[in-house]
Design a protein around this ligand. Structure first.
Ligand code: NAD
Ligand code: MLT
Length: 526
C-alpha cells in the first residue's frame, strides 16, 4: 500500500480517485508548520501540494518520497534539484487552470476599464456617482499579449470576440503559428508603443524580470493599461506606481506580486488600479481540473504505469533510465546551454548521436535535449513528456540522426540549431562514462563542464586576454572555477569558456564586452 500525504487544500473530486483505490492510504493534513511536515514526512511515498507547502531540501532529505505532485503550474515552492538528487519524481499539472486564468485576465481588463471595483465600493458606502466612473470600451483597442502560450492564446481568443485588435510578442512562436490564430507577431518595443492594453503570460526568468520598469515606461503609449496575471516581478511595482501617479499609465491590474502577500504596495492607493490576491486559478473548475490531473498522474507513477508531466524525469523504463542516466543529464544541459546561446526564433533542431550511444533508443535523450532547450523559455510548463510536442506547436522541426562512427569519443551528442538569425552547434560527451563535457561550441573545440554559472566569450586569439578577464572578474569578487579555450587558427577567432562561482552582473558583462579583443560575451546558467 502506498501512503500519500496531501498538505494543501485539494478538491475532493481529485482526492476521491485515490481514496477509492485500495492501493492507497491518503492523509490530508493542511496548514502544517515546516518542522511538523519534516517530522512526519518519512512515512510517505507521495506528497501532494498546491502552492502553500514549501517543499524544501530539508523536507526532501528527511523523506523517502517517490513522487511529489503539484496541483497547478508553478514549481517555485519545490526544490527541484534536491528532489532530483534524491531520485524523487516531481510532477505538475500545467493545463488545468488555463481557461480560469484567461477569464481572470479578461475580468481584470473589464473591471479596470469600467471601474467596477471602485464603483462597487462607492455604492456600498451609500454613494450614487455616475459621472465619476465613466470608463472606456475594449472594442477597437489594441491588446498587446506578451507570451503566446496556453493562457496568452486563450486571452487572445476572448479579446478578439470583444472586437480588440490583438498583437503579440513571443520570440519562441513562429509567425505562421501566430497567423493561424489571427494574431500579428511584433517586436517587444512595437508592442509597447502600439498597445492600449498590455497583458503578460510568460514565466518569470532572469530575462523577463522587470520587463516593464522605469526604462521601458517612456516607450509605452500614453494612457496604456497593464495587466499581470503571470508572475510577480515581470512588471516593476514601484515604477508602475510612479507612472500611474504621473498619468502616463491609465490603469494597472495585478493578480501576482513580487512578494505574496505584498507589503506596503504603492499601487494600492490608486482608484485606477485593480488588485486580486493570486486568484487566476481559483475557480471551482480549475481546482477540480488540476487536482484530478495531478492525482491521476501521481497514481499512475506510483503504480509504475506511466510518468506524465514530470519536471525532472524522462518517461523510460527503469533499466534504460539507469544505463543512460548520465547521458540524460548531458543531453538536458546541452539543450539548456543551446537555449541560452542561440539568438532568434528557432526553426529547426538536429540531434545527432554517434558512437556507442547510437545503439540505444535515443528518443528520451532527444526529449531531454528539447526539455533543456525550451526550459529557459517555458520554465515549469515544459517537461520531458511534452517538450517535443511543444516544439511542434512552435513549428520547430526536430530531427534525430544516428551514426555508429564517432572518431574521437566513445559516444558523442551533436546538437545543431537553426534560428532565423544564425546556425549554432554544441557537442557533448561523457568523460569516464559519467562526467559531462561540452567538446565543441560552434566551430571551436573546447572541454567545458556544463554546470552552474558560465561565461562564453568570443574573442580574438591575442595575448593578454586571460589576464584582463581575471583582473576584471577579481574586481567583482567572482572566482573562476574552470577555464577552457578554443581557436580556429593562431591569432584568429577564438572562444573562451569560463565556469564561475557566482552570477555576473549586467554591469560586469558590459565591462567584459569593452575589453580589448573581446567580441561578445554570453552569461549562461545551467
Ligand atoms: P506557457 O508555457 O503555455 O506559455 C508561456 C509563453 O511565454 C510561451 O509561449 C513562451 O514562448 C513565452 N515566453 C517565454 N519567455 C518569453 C519572453 N521573454 N518574451 C515573450 N514570450 C516569452 O505558460 P502558460 O500556461 O500560458 O502560463 C503563463 C504564465 O502564467 C506562467 O508564468 C504561469 O506560472 C502563470 N500562471 C498564473 C496563474 C495565476 O494564478 N495567476 C495561473 C496559471 C498560470
Ligand atoms: C499556478 O502556478 O498554477 C498558479 O499560479 C496558481 C497556483 O498557484 O495554484
Amino acid at each position: 500500500m502506498y501512503k500519500i500525504l496531501v498538505s494543501d487544500k485539494l478538491s475532493e473530486k481529485g482526492l476521491n480517485i485515490l481514496k477509492e483505490n485500495k492501493e492507497f492510504k491518503v492523509d490530508v493534513k493542511t496548514g502544517l508548520k515546516p518542522e511538523e511536515l519534516k517530522s512526519i514526512i518519512a512515512g510517505y511515498d507521495a506528497l501532494l501540494v498546491r502552492s502553500s507547502t514549501k517543499v524544501t531540501k530539508e523536507i526532501i532529505d528527511a523523506s523517502s518520497l517517490k513522487v511529489i505532485g503539484r496541483a497547478g503550474v508553478g514549481l517555485d515552492n519545490v526544490d527541484l534539484e534536491a528532489a532530483t538528487n534524491k531520485g524523487i519524481i516531481v510532477m505538475n499539472s500545467p493545463s488545468g487552470n488555463t481557461i480560469s486564468t484567461a477569464e481572470h485576465t479578461m475580468s481584470l481588463m473589464l473591471s479596470m476599464s469600467r471601474n467596477i471595483a471602485v464603483a462597487d465600493k462607492s455604492m456600498k458606502s451609500g454613494e450614487w456617482n455616475r459621472s465619476k466612473f465613466t470608463g472606456v470600451e475594449l472594442y477597437n483597442k489594441t491588446l498587446g499579449i506578451v507570451g503566446l502560450g496556453r493562457i496568452g492564446q486563450a486571452v487572445a481568443k476572448r479579446a478578439m470576440s470583444f472586437g480588440m485588435k490583438v498583437i503579440a510578442y513571443d520570440p519562441f512562436i513562429s509567425k505562421e503559428a501566430a497567423e493561424k490564430l489571427g494574431i500579428e507577431l511584433v517586436e517587444l518595443n512595437k508592442l509597447f508603443s502600439d498597445s492600449d492594453y498590455i497583458t503578460f503570460h510568460i514565466p518569470l526568468t532572469e530575462e523577463t524580470k522587470d520587463l516593464i520598469s522605469a526604462k521601458q515606461i517612456p516607450l509605452l503609449k500614453k494612457g496604456v493599461r497593464i495587466i499581470n496575471c503571470a508572475r510577480g516581478g515581470i512588471v516593476n511595482e514601484e515604477d508602475l506606481a510612479k507612472a500611474v501617479e504621473e498619468g502616463k499609465i491609465s490603469g494597472v491590474a495585478l493578480d501576482v506580486y513580487v512578494k505574496e502577500p505584498p507589503k506596503d504596495l504603492a499601487l494600492a492607493k490608486f482608484d485606477n488600479v485593480v488588485l486580486t490576491p493570486h486568484l487566476g486559478a481559483s475557480t471551482e473548475e480549475a481546482q477540480v481540473n488540476v487536482a484530478v490531473e495531478i492525482v491521476e498522474q501521481v497514481r499512475d507513477a506510483l503504480l509504475g504505469l506511466e510518468i506524465r508531466n514530470a519536471a525532472n524525469f524522462p518517461s523510460v523504463d527503469t533499466q534504460t533510465y539507469k544505463t543512460l542516466q548520465p547521458m540524460f543529464n548531458l543531453a538536458e544541459k546541452m539543450g539548456q546551454l543551446m537555449g541560452q546561446l542561440a539568438e532568434g526564433r528557432i526553426n529547426g533542431v538536429d540531434v545527432i548521436y554517434s558512437g556507442e550511444i547510437s545503439k540505444f533508443d535515443t528518443t528520451a535523450l532527444t526529449m531531454s535535449v528539447m526539455k533543456g532547450l525550451l526550459t529557459p523559455v517555458l520554465k515549469d510548463t515544459v517537461n520531458f513528456i511534452n517538450a517535443i510536442s511543444l516544439a511542434k506547436e512552435r513549428s520547430i522541426k526536430v530531427r534525430e540522426e544516428k551514426s555508429s562512427e564517432s572518431e574521437d569519443f566513445t559516444s558523442l551528442i551533436i546538437l545543431k540549431v537553426k534560428t532565423e538569425k544564425d546556425k549554432y552547434l554544441v557537442a557533448g560527451t561523457l568523460l569516464t562514462k559519467k562526467d559531462p563535457r561540452i567538446v565543441k561550441i560552434n566551430g571551436f573545440y573546447v572541454e567545458a563542464i556544463p554546470q552552474g554559472n558560465m561565461l562564453i566569450i568570443y574573442n580574438l586569439d591575442k595575448a593578454g586576454i586571460i589576464g584582463n578577464l581575471g583582473t576584471l572578474l577579481g574586481k567583482y569578487n567572482i572566482n573562476i572555477a574552470g577555464m577552457t579555450f578554443g581557436r580556429l587558427n593562431k591569432g584568429g577567432e577564438a572562444i573562451t569558456v569560463l565556469n564561475i562561482d557566482s552570477a555576473p552582473s549586467k554591469e560586469l558583462l558590459d565591462k567584459i564586452k569593452k575589453l580589448k579583443y573581446i567580441e561578445e560575451v554570453r552569461a549562461i546558467k545551467l
